[in-house]
Design a protein around this ligand. Sequence first.
Ligand code: SF4
Ligand code: SF4
Length: 136
Amino acid sequence: MPKVLRADNMNKCLGCFTCMLTCAAVNHNNHNLAKSSIKVKTRGGLQSKFAATICVACKEPACAEACPTNALVKRPGGGVKLIEEKCIACEKCVAACIVGSIHMDYDRKIPIVCKHCGACVRMCPHNCLSMEEVSE
Ligand code: SF4
Ligand code: SF4
């Protein structure tokens, strides 16, 4: 069964950004936090908890629908896969994502899209993230 990323335990997050560093390193061979598809931020205020913006693995992805070149294709279980060669960097997927989880990599001129690979889940020291088995 396919698996998708969930961030259901963010109340345990201490803001170490290990998930973001892992995503950037594994998927983009880069240690710049801006290359991560998972985005962790404070909810505001000095004592506040942290929140994660992640791809919620839509079964009918608005990002793919908005793409004029079919560079984003549905993946089994939800979410999308990017076919880099087809992308023209128009940013329509960025505007269309229902949770604001896509942002552009302006160095490579492609969007940064979650692959639901689970690397961030394995590295989070506080078990804030998980992979959920879902139907195709
Ligand atoms: S930036 Fe690329 S993937 Fe996104 S909508 Fe445009 S062509 Fe499609
Ligand atoms: S990137 Fe956004 S619109 Fe596309 S599948 Fe993920 S949450 Fe849905």
